[in-house]
Every structure is written in structure tokens, then in C-alpha cells.
Design a protein around this ligand. Structure first.
Ligand code: AMP
Ligand code: GLY
Length: 418
């Protein structure tokens, strides 16, 4: 099959590598990045928001179908556009992608489906939000910009003064173009991620994964796009996993269908196990990043066939996953990320080619046979082993060996699985 993957990060690298396990597949990534080329992935210099150029490429090259990695093109209607050109695409329509694009839309769906989530209120008016924070709110409290904010639109405010400042930035300063905020209860517990392939009414869950979101060890410092991930999640039991499928994914997929939203693609549930049970923190309309980098290497079935069957609405009898051991992935990021980041030389392309572990590239570019940092999250190194310490030993040995400047990585990814 000929497949186009849209996106440019480590998640898209992992999707392409999974598709390439079937030697008959020809895989293109648009726009991809220079690092992916070292993994044998054909990159195409068309940006993810150039829908008509992407569709032209698909038509000219007789691509069987397209998979969309990131949320922006989905929320901006890439699936609708491809459908209007009669092209097969794996990803939800603009309307369906609102499960990620609009927190208030998703909160309503959850309420309709009876899915547990933090109690919340919506505000479009600064004065009303201020009154709420001054009279009724309990702290800490969570303030979320309604809309896509590249993972940055969520604040956990420890007290009233901080909350008032954040709400003012969003509703008065319109940071992230915000017109509406969701203010919700602060939830405490172990977070985990559950993704599923979705074909309208049907869904096929993947194994659980856990994303380490904070920049520093021991989960300190600001949130990032993800500093590493593990799959499966040792500290969440099989029973809880099953409950999450039954009480979150199943009713959510059913509710979407009942409300006339025919969802095709991935549904990602960000969950938290609180003292009063599993609650939803967020839904995303795509593969998680960096969860995908540790989940897909455990897929034993053919990813290209799974997606093809879903696109033709054929029931899949079985999807097989590796049952033993675990997969661990650690992101190398630029010093200073997620704030002002420094750039640096990451080493020769041969250094990366000789790395015995899987590398998924993100913000890197090539200059004279060397890779140079080109953003915050640079590349993720991933491996599979029987124990966490075996995974960590090989990953950190490889990362420590690299002679690079201005890079940083957490040394405790997977710690909750001990
Ligand atoms: P989101 O963009 O909604 O996934 O939020 C980013 C991160 O903020 C989550 O992964 C949580 O760690 C944290 N967060 C979001 N909502 C809540 C909440 N209601 N209670 C506690 N932490 C939250
Ligand atoms: N790992 C969180 C996300 O993909 O949004």
C-alpha cells in the first residue's frame, strides 16, 4: 500500500516506522523532518496546513490513504477537505475533532454520556469569572483556555490571586485567542492515557500508556509536550484498565454516534485515577505524543491493515499486542525548553545511524551531515525490555554517549512503574 502520513514530529516518525514493518508499504511523510530520513522515511515538503497540495500529491501518486498525526489540520477540516476530493483519510472531521478543539463541546458530550470528569463552569465574561473566583471557588483550581493552545492553555492556580491573573490574561488579554474559559475542580491521582482506533460505532482499545509531562525529575516544573512515556502502565491494574474502557471509551463512542457524529480515527482519553474513581482530564482527536512512540512498537498486527479495514468499515476480528515486558521512550529536548530554548549541535548523522535503539525524530534539521536542534523537543530514544531498569540502562547509556550541546533529558522516565 502507498500511505501518506501528515505531520512532522516523533509521533509521525513512530507511525511511519510501524507502517514500514510491512515491507510492501511505501510510506511518505509530509512535511516530516530531516531526522526521519535517517529512518528510511520519504519526506515530502508540503506543510500540514496545505490541504490542496497534500490532496494533489495523493492523487498524483495514487496514495491509498492518508493518516493525520497532529490536531491542527484535523480541527481545521483536513478530513472534510479530503472527503470532498473523494480521498480516504484516517482522522475525524472538523466537527468531530471538536472533542479536542473545544473543551466546552467535550464537557457537554461527557455530561450527556454520563462520563465522570471534573466539575466545571464556562465563562466568556471576565466579570462573571472574577465573581465566581471571589465567592464560590475552592483552590487549587484549574483554568483552561477553550480551544487549541498546543498543550499550554491549562493552568493549575494555587490561590485566588493567581487564578484572577490567569483568567484576566485569557478573557481580557485573549492569550491563545481565547474567548471562553473552562474553570474546573482540581483532580488528584495517577494519570494515564488510553487510546482506541475508532470506526463509527466500533472501537478497538490500545494498551495503556503514561506520559511524563513535567520538565524536571520528580514531576517538577512546568508542563511540556511530554518528556517521555511508558507502555504498559504497571501502576494501573488490568481491572482499572477494563473499567476505563467500559465507562469512558465505550459510552463516549456511543454518544458521538448517537449525536450523529461519525467518528473515524483515534480517540485519546487522558484519564486520572482519583479516590472517587476514574475521571477524564481530556479527550484528543489523534494519536498521543509521546504515547504513540511506546505503544505502536508493541503492535504485532499490521497497522496499515487495521487502518485500511477501518476506512472500509470492516470489522477487525483481532488486534495483537506484545504481552511481555515494557517499552520506554525518553525525549531529548533543548536546554531551556519549554520556555526560551537554546539551540545546539546534536552530532553527526552517523552517530544517529549507529544508535542501536529506535530513534523517533522531532525538531531537528540537517546541516553538513550533522543534526542541529530546531525547536524544543528534539528526538525520542525508545526500547523494549523485560524490566524498567533494563530499559533505562540501555536508553541512558545511549543518550549519555552522545556528544551534544544544549540538550536535556529527564533521568527518571518510567519511575511510576517501579
Ligand atoms: P490538558 O491539556 O487538559 O490535558 O491538561 C494538561 C495537564 O494539566 C494534564 O495532563 C494534567 O496534568 C493537568 N490537568 C488538567 N486538568 C486537570 C484537573 N482538572 N485537575 C488536575 N490536573 C489537571
Ligand atoms: N501526551 C499528551 C497528548 O498527546 O496530548
Amino acid at each position: 500500500m502507498k500511505i501518506l502520513v501528515v505531520g512532522s514530529g516523533a509521533r509521525e516518525d513512530a507511525i511511519c516506522q510501524s507502517l514500514l514493518k510491512n515491507p510492501q508499504n511505501v510510506v511518505f511523510c509530509a512535511p516530516g523532518n530531516d531526522g526521519m530520513k535517517l529512518n528510511g522515511i520519504k519526506t515530502i515538503s508540503i506543510d500540514e496546513d496545505e490541504f490542496s497540495h497534500l490532496a494533489n500529491f495523493v492523487e498524483i501518486n495514487e496514495i491509498n490513504y492518508t493518516i493525520v498525526g497532529p490536531e491542527d489540520p484535523l480541527v481545521n477540516g483536513i478530513a472534510d477537505f479530503f472527503k470532498s476530493r473523494k480521498l480516504l483519510i484516517f482522522g475525524p472531521t472538523k466537527k468531530a475533532a471538536q472533542i479536542e478543539g473545544s473543551k466546552s463541546f467535550t464537557k457537554k458530550l461527557m455530561a450527556d454520556a454520563g462520563i465522570a470528569t471534573a466539575n466545571y463552569q464556562e465563562f466568556t465574561d471576565l466579570q462573571t469569572a472574577t465573581d465566581f473566583l471571589k465567592t464560590e471557588a475552592e483552590f487549587p483550581i484549574v483554568i483552561k483556555a477553550d480551544g487549541l493552545a498546543a498543550g499550554k492553555g491549562v493552568y493549575i492556580s494555587p490561590d485566588q490571586a493567581d487564578a484572577l491573573e490567569k483568567v484576566s490574561e485569557l478573557l481580557d488579554g485573549h492569550k491563545f485567542n481565547t474567548r471562553k474559559v473552562v474553570i474546573e475542580d482540581f483532580l488528584e491521582g495517577e494519570e494515564f492515557s488510553l487510546m482506541a482506533f475508532v470506526d463509527h460505532k466500533r472501537f478497538y482499545p490500545m494498551p495503556l500508556a503514561q506520559d511524563y509531562k513535567k520538565i524536571f525529575e520528580d514531576d517538577k516544573g512546568p508542563n511540556t509536550g511530554g518528556m517521555g512515556a511508558v507502555c504498559p502502565v504497571a501502576n494501573i491494574s488490568k481491572e482499572i484498565e477494563q473499567t476505563a474502557i467500559e465507562t469512558v471509551i465505550k459510552p463516549f463512542v456511543k454518544e458521538l454516534y448517537t449525536q450523529g457524529i461519525k467518528y473515524t480515527g483515534i480517540i485519546y482519553a487522558g484519564l486520572i485515577l482519583t479516590k472517587s474513581g476514574i475521571k477524564v482530564i481530556e479527550f484528543n482527536a489523534r494519536f498521543g505524543d509521546p504515547e504513540t512512540e511506546v505503544v505502536l512498537p508493541r503492535l504485532q498486527s499490521d497497522l496499515s491493515e487495521i487502518i485500511e479495514q477501518i476506512l472500509h468499515h470492516k470489522k477487525i476480528s483481532e488486534i495483537n499486542w506484545e504481552k511481555n515486558g515494557l517499552n520506554l521512550g525518553v525525549f531529548a529536548v533543548s536546554q531551556g525548553y519549554p520556555n526560551k530554548q537554546l539551540s545546539g549541535d546534536l552530532g553527526s548523522t552517523d552517530d544517529f545511524r549507529n544508535c542501536p535503539l529506535t530513534t523517533n525524530f522531532a525538531s531537528v534539521r540537517k546541516e553538513n551531515h550533522r543534526l542541529i536542534s530546531n525547536g524544543g523537543r528534539l528526538y525520542l530514544v525508545q526500547t523494549q525490555a523485560q524490566t524498567l531498569s533494563a530499559c533505562q540502562n540501555v536508553i541512558y547509556r545511549e543518550l549519555d554517549k552522545m556528544e551534544q550541546n544544549n540538550i536535556f533529558y529527564r533521568r527518571d522516565i518510567g519511575k511510576n512503574s517501579l
